[in-house]
Design a protein around this ligand. Structure first.
Ligand SMILES: Nc1ncnc2c1ncn2[C@@H]1O[C@H](COP(=O)(O)OP(=O)(O)O)[C@@H](O)[C@H]1O
Ligand SMILES: [Mg+2]
Length: 421
């Protein structure tokens, strides 16, 4: 089969790496891809947001299945466009992925379907929003409705901060249309985890739980990033708790979406806060997490091609998905200055120094010039490792992280520390 992956991050390299192990895949393409994906497949210089060019290329090259990485492409309706052209696509349609691209829609959906989440109100009127918060208790969470590259959420510890966030979104429109509405919600206290499930629209299959590290600084300090590292599974998330999340969150979501004509095929990825009153949904994502996927692909035992195809064909119930009984970790190496301004085009050294087969380096913001690897983004590389214990897998990832270098390299030294405790 000929397979195409849309996207250019570490997630897409990890998916491609896993799919390469399937003997059913004859050709593998990435749009647009990165230096890492060019080593395992063919990068094509077409912008996936240009649907006309995309469809022409996919038809000319007789692609059998398209896998969509980033949320933005889903929100642009790429799956709908592919389906109309009779091309199989793994990922939800535009209306099914609204659960991610509109936080206001997701909150109302959760209320209607009795899915546990933080109490909230939504506003598009500045004065009404300001009046509302004056009667609330701190901290308060202010969220832009739409996709905002992970920058649309402010945890306000003072009313000044909350007012500033609301004004910036509703009056100054710093997120444009994505901030035309805001969701203001209660602050949830607890441990935060990432949940993923495959869905064929009816049947779901849960992944092991994982934990991301959103902030740039150690001990969760500083501004949010796209994610600085992940670990999976989590020894303190019991099978019983996973069942509870499946029953109270994942199944009712897939059922509720189907009932409202938004059949969901793809990855449902809720962010969950484990509060003293049980698990509550922070948000829904409608795609593979990045960098969660980098650890998940190291743990998945079953052929990914088979799973993706079963989802698209509505045959997931027939499949038994196996995961390695090991621990995986991922440490992100980022450019100096990230998540603020940073330079690109800096040479990367030590790429041949991965210590052994337990370590795999996935590329994110990289490119190749004259046979040399150069930085080409904020998050540059993902160092992943697996082992029998989380501690050992982290040690392996960190050893490699110290051997790969580029000017300005920064990474968190405490990935997995919370998960170990
Ligand atoms: N109600 C809440 N209580 C506590 N923390 C929250 C709450 N909502 C969001 N957060 C924190 O903010 C982060 C970003 O929020 P999220 O809704 O996931 O938005 P996005 O990923 O679109 O930026 C979460 O990962 C979580 O750490
Ligand atoms: Mg999130």
């Amino acid at each position: 089969m000929k397979l195409l992956i849309l996207g250019s991050g570490g997630r897409e390299h990890a998916l491609g790496w896993k799919l390469r192990q399937s003997n059913k895949i004859k050709e593998l393409y990435f749009l647009p891809g990165n230096a890492g994906t060019s080593q395992i497949g063919v990068n094509v210089g077409i912008d996936p947001s240009n649907h006309k060019k995309l469809i022409d290329w996919v038809k000319d090259n007789k692609i059998d299945l398209v896998v969509v990485g980033p949320d933005q492409y889903l929100a642009e309706g790429v799956v709908d466009t592919l389906q109309k052209a009779k091309i199989r696509a793994f990922g939800p349609t535009k209306v099914a992925s609204e659960i991610e691209w509109s936080k206001s829609f997701a909150k109302k959906f959760m209320v209607e379907n009795n899915i546990p989440t933080a109490r909230f109100k939504e506003f598009s009127n500045l004065n009404k929003a300001l009046k509302y918060i004056s009667k609330q208790t701190l901290p308060l969470v202010v969220k832009a409705d739409g996709l905002a590259l992970g920058k649309g959420v402010v945890i306000a510890h003072s009313f000044t901060e909350a007012r500033k966030a609301i004004k910036e979104m509703l009056a100054d429109k710093i997120f444009g249309k994505a901030g035309a509405k805001v969701v203001i919600e209660e602050y949830l206290e607890g441990r935060e985890i990432s949940i993923h499930a495959f869905s064929d629209g009816k049947t779901i299959k849960m992944f092991p739980a994982s934990q991301d590290h959103k902030q740039i600084g150690e001990d969760d300090t500083g501004p949010n990033t796209g994610g600085m590292g992940t670990v999976s599974p989590l020894h303190w998330v019991s099978p019983k708790l996973m069942k509870e999340i499946e029953k109270k969150v994942v199944i009712p979501t897939i059922k509720g979406l189907e009932k409202s004509g938004r059949k969901f095929v793809g990855i449902l990825y809720p962010g969950i806060m484990l509060t003293k009153d049980g698990p509550k949904v922070i948000e829904f994502n409608a795609r593979f997490g990045d960098p969660e996927t980098q650890t998940y692909m190291r743990l998945l035992d079953t052929d990914l091609q088979e799973i993706l195809l079963a989802c698209v064909q509505g045959k997931l119930s027939k499949l038994n998905i196996r995961w390695k009984r090991q621990y995986a970790s991922c440490v992100v190496l980022a450019s100096g200055g990230y998540p603020g301004k940073y330079h690109t085009g800096i040479q990367i050294s030590g790429m041949d120094k991965t210590i052994d087969r337990s370590v795999v380096v996935f590329h994110a913001g990289t490119k190749i010039e004259n046979g040399r690897f150069l930085t080409n983004g904020g998050r540059v590389l993902n160092i992943t490792a697996i082992d029998k214990t989380l501690k050992k897998s982290l040690d392996r990832a960190y050893k490699t992280a110290s051997l790969i270098n580029f000017q300005g390299k920064q990474f968190r030294k405490d990935i997995g520390r919370k998960a170990l405790s």
